[in-house]
Design a protein around this ligand. Structure first.
Ligand SMILES: Cc1cc2nc3c(=O)[nH]c(=O)nc-3n(C[C@H](O)[C@H](O)[C@H](O)COP(=O)(O)OP(=O)(O)OC[C@H]3O[C@@H](n4cnc5c(N)ncnc54)[C@H](O)[C@@H]3O)c2cc1C
Length: 487
């Protein structure tokens, strides 16, 4: 038996698949339940379940299972979920909830598959692959867009741009709108328009008890609070999101490249600039280890078309170091999305990432960041420190207005290492740990969309953790939905 579908494609059972299922079921990862059956689902249980849902259900030992559970990061290619269900109809999620509850299992929601910890294909869970739910429907009368939970960022941008509208999101074209929004959503329009989650008007989700509810400011307000920055997989499975859009406008883009020795000055100068720059202007810093002891240092800026040279000039004045190269361009909204995202899609990668959040970037803190990246380069490794501003519209809501806590902070720093093969993860992990230690004195925590294993939830939610834990306990008391963090 390879793939189980309701439509009768039931194939002969094989010992391989049956034992594969038994071998991958890990009771420790699945919460116990009074209604649980005594063991994992049998092959007959899966067959009976698959007959009740529309999309296919893939079991271990099959090519469809192997490709269906694949995430963006190759590191998780060996993940061992119990099965993968392709969600063709939101109503089938309630059936999956009932089935997994019966067996004391968890579900993991899979949208864009960019989880840093492989949470969307977690061991022993039933993966709910939401990618077929990718409709994007713009409503001109309200200026809102209804987005299916499985849509990728470029899908959304392309379809909205056809109406002259946009959403502030991240740049990677294949990141899922669901995972991005649930954790916050930082991008080049964050200073002007806020987080992606700040534009969320309502979200429809299937709760562990099978109810489908729509949360907004007036209905299920606690869930609505938690869905904006609380991270994926905490309350239920989101099936659709409604956002307030804004006009899509042409962009001015500049890149300033500096000598490696100027890195600390670039960080502190940039931090002065992002504290007071007009919110229609955005810039981020890249400090890259070149693997030969040297650094590549640049600032990427994005403004409204026509403002890029003025903004770059203000950045240069704040940094007080002359760039060694400068580059300017103006692009239509959609062309800027393609340019900034490196295309309309992105190939799978291996990577290690993590983050720190800063309220301020003093010369000492900047020096520590630069030393961490330089150490990596001197050790022959590549890797980056990427600074994104949290200023401007990100700071408009109060820190407790949504689950995203970093409203009074200056910057998020992402540590990112592209990993070429399995052997590269250990050194990248070790560098990430060293980088955190190097900046620990100044770090307020981390950004939940750059989640790391082994970190406490308080690191990602700060003072919002107690409320988030209460909301989670109210909506998912038995932890039926797997998230990357245990709240
Ligand atoms: C190359 C790359 C570029 C990135 N760029 C940015 C960026 O510019 N800005 C930024 O803010 N972040 C960025 N991120 C981080 C990204 O926002 C997070 O990794 C995010 O969680 C990915 O969402 P996803 O839907 O793609 O991933 P998934 O792996 O599908 O989901 C991530 C988490 O959310 C849960 N989840 C997914 N869908 C749902 C749902 N419908 N209901 C409930 N839970 C769900 C999953 O179970 C998992 O725990 C980037 C990541 C990568 C790898």
């Amino acid at each position: 038996m390879q793939t189980i579908t309701r439509r009768g494609a039931l194939m002969a059972a094989t010992a391989t698949v049956t034992s594969g299922l038994a071998a991958t079921f890990d009771k420790s990862a699945a919460a116990a339940s009074a209604t649980s059956s005594s063991g994992p689902p049998t092959r007959q249980d899966w067959i009976a379940f698959a007959r009740t849902v529309t999309g296919p259900v893939y079991l271990p030992g099959t090519a469809s299972y192997t490709s269906g559970k694949r995430l963006f990061d190759r590191r998780f290619d060996d993940s061992s979920p119990a099965a993968v269900m392709v969600v063709e109809r939101p109503a089938d999620i309630a059936k999956a909830m009932a089935f997994t509850t019966r067996f004391g299992m968890q579900v993991s929601a899979r949208s864009g598959g960019h989880s840093y910890v492989g949470a969307s294909a977690a061991a022993s869970t039933l993966v709910l692959d939401l990618r077929p739910l990718r409709g994007v429907r713009y409503d001109a009368s309200s200026g809102t867009v209804l987005v299916g939970a499985g849509a990728g960022l470029f899908d959304v941008k392309r379809q909205l741009a056809a109406h002259g509208r946009a959403l502030p999101t991240g740049t990677c074209p294949t990141v899922g709108v669901s995972g991005l929004t649930l954790g916050g959503g930082l991008g080049v329009e964050s200073r002007a328009r806020g987080l992606t989650s700040d534009r969320l008007v309502a979200a429809t989700l299937t709760l562990p008890d099978g109810r489908s509810v729509t949360a907004d400011r007036a209905h299920f307000p606690a869930a609505f609070w938690a869905l904006r920055g609380g991270g994926g997989g905490n309350l239920g499975v989101v099936t659709a999101l409604r956002f307030a859009t804004h006009a899509a406008t042409s962009k001015g883009i500049f890149t300033l490249t500096f000598g490696g020795g100027a890195a600390a000055k670039v960080i502190t100068g940039w931090s002065r600039w992002v504290s007071s720059a007009p919110r229609s202007q955005w810039a981020g810093v890249h400090i890259d280890a070149l693997g030969n002891g040297r650094l590549h240092v640049s600032i990427l800026g994005v403004t409204e078309a026509g403002a890029e040279r003025v903004a770059a000039s203000a950045v240069r004045a704040a940094v007080r170091v002359a760039p060694v190269a400068q580059n300017y361009r103006q692009l239509s909204y959609l062309d800027s999305a393609v340019y900034l995202g490196g295309g309309t899609t992105s190939a799978r990668q291996g990577f290690v990432g993590g983050s720190d959040v800063f309220a301020d970037l003093t010369a000492d803190a900047a020096g520590a960041i630069v030393r961490a990246v330089t150490d990596r380069s001197r050790a022959g490794g590549t890797g980056s420190a990427l600074l994104d501003p949290l200023t401007g519209a990100v700071g408009d809501p109060a820190a407790d207005a949504t689950a995203f806590p970093w409203r009074d902070h200056l910057a998020s720093l992402q540590w990112y290492v592209g990993v070429g093969g399995p052997g590269g993860y250990a050194s990248a992990d070790s560098w990430l740990g060293a980088a955190h230690r190097a900046v620990g004195r100044w770090s307020a925590g981390g950004y939940v969309n750059y989640l790391e294993n082994g970190q406490p939830p308080s690191r990602y939610y700060a003072a919002n953790l107690p409320k988030l834990a209460r909301v989670r306990a109210a909506y998912d008391p038995d932890r039926r939905v797997h998230g990357g963090l245990t709240l």
